[in-house]
Write a protein that binds this ligand. Structure first.
Ligand code: SF4
Length: 297
């Protein structure tokens, strides 16, 4: 998020929960079975746990998970457990409170860590830590990985993507991180079984309760197996992170379109989904100009 803050969208600009549920019912009829509620930060939207409960009740939806920055997680975890959230991805780039503040510009590490500890105490909620290495030694990735030794959580490293403010950060490769971790913890052994439905690949470390994962969109491009589409808060069905291609579903709904109209637009957008990103190229035609927090990365 930019330090100067962001321009707030009005209630009119964003989809209502009824509109989101209607779109998800269409998606479920077309065969989508897993939903991740992301952001911005989803836990700041009022009654989001009710939305999650209703998403879970839609026929055909098998799993609903959440990505959060964790600042409100402690307060919502009981409610999330009550609506039977299947999993939580918690963004946590360091375990050092001062470095956390340097990265996020917020003095909120203690609230986030409390949220982590509370969430880790619910065995039915699959908890994953998402950490974005920024090439800052003080992030202390070895300490972050230590969470997977002590708790049943998977720690995943997500390569910085050159979108929005991400363009200004330095890049730390998977190979460099593995080398650093092996010096501290011993061999990282590739874990062949599938964990989750995303593009993450995992490693085991002896005597660790959780696995170590890497989502390396730049150095290990996985577009060929990409099965994700994103629905932005303002109702745009976005079919690839890098491009602005997709379908304006809010416009269809608010101009009186039927469910069949929505499904047709969704199918067409998916059929036109770009084959792969070209993040390493400059000035790609149709390239996304919004930031990650606006598109639910
Ligand atoms: S860049 Fe686009 S196609 Fe590639 S993995 Fe991301 S969303 Fe999928």
């Amino acid at each position: 998020m930019p330090e100067s803050g962001v321009k707030a969208l009005s209630h009119e600009d964003i989809l209502s929960y009824e509109e989101i549920l209607r779109i998800v019912r269409c998606l479920a009829r077309l065969g989508i079975s897993r939903i991740k509620v992301t952001g911005g930060e989803p836990l700041i939207r009022r009654d989001v746990t009710q939305l999650i409960g209703k998403l879970k009740a839609i026929e055909g939806i098998e799993k609903v998970t959440l990505t959060t920055n964790g600042t409100h997680l402690a307060e919502f975890i009981e409610e999330l457990a009550r609506v039977k959230i299947n999993g939580i991805n918690l963004s946590l780039d360091t375990l050092d409170a001062e470095v956390y503040e340097k990265i996020t510009k917020k003095d909120q590490f203690n609230s986030v860590y409390e949220g982590f500890l509370r969430a880790a105490s619910f065995p039915d909620i699959k908890l994953k830590i998402n950490c974005v290495p920024m090439g800052m030694p003080e992030q202390n990735l070895i300490k972050v990985v230590g969470l997977a030794k002590k708790y049943h959580v998977h720690v995943r490293f997500i390569e910085m993507m050159p979108i929005g403010l991400g363009k200004d950060f330095s890049f730390q490769s998977e190979a460099e991180i593995i080398k650093e971790l092996e010096q501290a913890y011993g061999k990282l052994v590739p874990y062949e079984e599938k964990l989750g439905s995303g593009p993450c690949h995992y490693y085991s470390i002896e005597n660790f309760k959780g696995k170590i994962g890497f989502i390396s969109a730049i150095s290990h491009k996985f577009c060929g197996s990409c099965n994700r589409i994103r629905l932005t808060a303002d109702g745009y069905l976005k079919t690839c992170l890098q491009y602005d291609t997709g379908a304006n579903l809010k416009r269809i709904i608010r101009s009186g379109g039927s469910d069949q109209d929505l499904e047709k637009a969704i199918l067409q957008a998916i059929q036109e989904k770009p084959g792969e990103h070209s993040f390493t190229e400059e000035n790609v035609a149709g390239g996304e100009t919004k930031s990650m927090f606006q598109i639910g990365g």
